[in-house]
Design a binder for this molecule. Structure first.
Ligand code: ADP
Length: 350
């Protein structure tokens, strides 16, 4: 393991050019930090458009962010790195562990997000209702969603309702060389209802959970299948896919909010016990509200989610908590600022 840098006074907020980088750096600038984007050459055209990005460190591909040259520069400008989904997708857990620059939040919990078994353990400890897991294809007797381990954006997921439909789809993944064997798939009960992404922030300085927004993902092609009449659907043999294209805002019934806060608080508490120092900063509980308004969680993200990009100018919920427009990106920078002022910097990064 490398020696980690400890910061006395962070000056720069840095992130990788993708996912929620614009929101993170805009929020950092609004809170008075310098901003730095580590950016692939091919994405420069986009990111150069934005004045709140003070410096762009150009790399050929994401992995180069781990190189000594990059790390040294980040250290020179006193950076904290804000992790997001692209970082989880492109770097292995041990690579993240080996980054010497301070990372906002608890970097250990990022591993719990990527590992199905650890993920389930934390959700159970948080007393979240989760979809039933089906151990074998022989036991499929209702609508199930079949997932690939570590699949990003739901690519390759399929629906099965019996052994035959499972085998047909698994064979197609085998033929496409997406999987080497059926044992790479895991089967979950399909929960019918409104898929909802609940966006939280836990402040290790104030020791409080804040609920800052909710969204629905709009996914191609599953969300467009309903636009095709049933007769045509049957005749063209469409295979659903779940590639996230964008996010749609959602405001919850006020009567659901109490339980939203309870779930967020239980999650934070369980994470403190299982993965100290626990879930600090942004996280998301991802699940489905069924016909009774009960939330079944199928996933969590232990860092900022792209659905928060909806609320760069604040959300209906942040508006209730803050006088100024508070995006999740800005909330992160705000936390670093108050931690620094109160002498609790050690609580906000690892
Ligand atoms: P990823 O983590 O790979 O992005 P998700 O877990 O977000 O994938 O799931 C992709 C899609 O599958 C989403 O539309 C989500 O709503 C849906 N989904 C996942 N698990 C279930 C489930 N158990 N029941 C119903 N829908 C589900």
């Amino acid at each position: 393991m490398v020696d980690r840098i400890t910061l006395e006074e962070p000056r720069t907020i840095a992130t990788l050019g993708s996912h929620s980088a614009l929101q993170i750096l805009k929020g950092a600038k609004d809170e008075g930090f310098d901003t730095l984007l580590i950016c692939e050459e091919k994405r420069l055209g986009l990111y150069k458009r934005f004045k709140f990005i003070d410096e762009i460190l150009t790399i050929k591909q994401h992995k180069e962010a781990l190189d000594k040259r990059c790390q040294q520069h980040l250290q020179d400008v006193k950076s904290i790195i804000v992790p997001h989904g692209t970082m989880i997708a492109y770097f292995t857990y041990s690579e993240i562990e080996d980054i010497s620059i301070p990372i906002f939040g608890n970097r250990k919990i990022l591993q719990w997000e990527s590992d199905r078994i650890l993920k389930q353990k934390l959700m159970n400890a948080s007393r979240l209702t989760t979809p039933k897991l089906i151990q074998s294809k022989d036991d499929i007797d209702k609508l199930c969603i079949v997932k690939l381990h570590g699949a990003a954006g739901g690519r390759g997921y399929f629906l099965a309702w019996d052994k035959k439909s499972f085998e047909e789809n698994a064979e197609s993944l085998l033929n496409q060389r997406r999987i080497k064997g059926e044992d790479e798939l895991f089967i979950q009960e399909y929960v019918v209802g409104v898929p909802t992404y609940l966006q939280f922030f836990y402040s290790p300085v104030n020791k409080q959970v804040e609920f800052l927004g909710a969204d629905i993902r709009y996914e191609s092609i599953i969300d467009s299948i309903g636009r095709i009449p049933a007769r045509q659907q049957l005749s063209v043999n469409l295979e659903p896919s779940y590639n996230v294209i964008g996010n749609i805002p959602l405001v919850l019934r006020e009567s659901l909010l109490e339980e939203v806060y309870n779930m967020g608080e239980r999650f934070v508490k369980a994470s403190e016990e299982l993965v100290p120092p626990g879930m600090t900063g942004p996280f998301c509980l991802e699940g489905v509200y069924d016909r009774e308004g009960v939330f079944t969680a199928f996933e969590f993200s232990a860092r900022i989610v792209a659905g928060t990009n909806l609320y760069i100018n604040g959300s209906p919920y942040s508006e209730l908590l803050y006088e100024k427009p508070m995006s999740m990106g800005r909330r992160i920078a705000h936390e670093i600022k108050i931690a620094n002022e109160k002498g609790h910097l050690d609580r906000v990064f690892t």
